[in-house]
Design a protein around this ligand. Structure first.
Ligand code: URA
Length: 247
């Protein structure tokens, strides 16, 4: 797909194609799903060659208090304040709430980002949760089976009680969707509230011993593992048909 070449979003790419401005190997293309081999084909916009942009992947340990957005009209800190030294433009893969901390992937690879966030690919996201009250066994079972939220029932989740303190339960919860404030709303649906929420993993990639507020490049192996995780999930459920990434 043309958006692999960078220079704009998928929406831009569709507009350019609709306007007949994009050619592949000299032939104007008319469909946004036109297959392009990044390493072999010559793609032009208004006759000027587009070069495939290098894909880049960062893992940030987002602290609480930072917004997952580019700019905040109220001037609050955003994740871009933490990655100011990264030269390439990257965007966050999904969102973490302001008060949630933990693993956030930032990339310019729109295709992988879409797979990691589209629930059809069922890529697991793992969170540590501290609740505002001790949860009983029935509440934990409900979370496992799925609870009904205002936007519909959740899929079953993997839930482990790690321990209880006098006033809280500490849980690990693994979900494969990524709805707005989903974990917080799930905990509310079973009668409590979230005191603290940390994302520790996306698929096989874990936050490990990265310092809070720090970021690093994902290794090639981690990127490969993420691609595999997205593919494995995609096969187990029918999703909108799309080309497989040949890279
Ligand atoms: N679920 C939430 O409630 N918040 C997040 O930031 C992520 C998952």
């Amino acid at each position: 797909m043309i958006s692999r070449f960078g220079l704009g979003s998928r929406t831009d790419a569709r507009k350019w194609i609709g306007a007949g401005r994009i050619a592949v190997n000299g032939t104007v293309i008319r469909t946004p799903d036109h297959w392009v081999a990044v390493d072999r084909d010559t793609v032009t916009l208004d006759g000027k060659p587009l070069r495939a942009r290098e894909r880049t992947y960062r893992l940030l340990y987002k602290p609480g208090g930072y917004l997952t957005t580019y700019k905040d009209p109220e001037g609050r800190p955003t994740v871009y304040d933490l990655i100011g030294d990264v030269e390439e433009f990257v965007f966050p893969v999904g969102r973490l709430d302001r008060d949630t901390s933990g693993l956030l992937i930032l990339t310019n690879d729109a295709e992988l980002a879409e797979r990691l966030t589209n629930p059809g690919y069922k890529v697991p996201k793992t969170y540590l949760v501290k609740t505002a009250a001790v949860l009983g066994e029935e509440a934990i079972e409900q979370l496992r089976r799925g609870v009904t939220l205002s936007d519909g029932p959740t899929l079953p989740a993997v839930v482990h009680r790690l321990r209880n303190s006098a006033s809280s339960t500490f849980l690990e919860i693994v979900i494969t969707e990524g709805r707005n404030r989903q974990v917080r709303r799930m905990i509310e649906a079973v009668g409590s509230r979230v005191r603290k929420l940390v994302r520790t993993a996306i698929g096989p990639v874990r936050i490990g011993d990265l310092q809070i507020g720090a970021h690093r490049r994902l290794t090639g192996r981690e990127v490969q593992q993420l691609r595999l995780a997205a593919r494995a999930g995609g096969r187990s459920r029918t999703v909108v048909a799309r080309n497989d990434d040949p890279d």
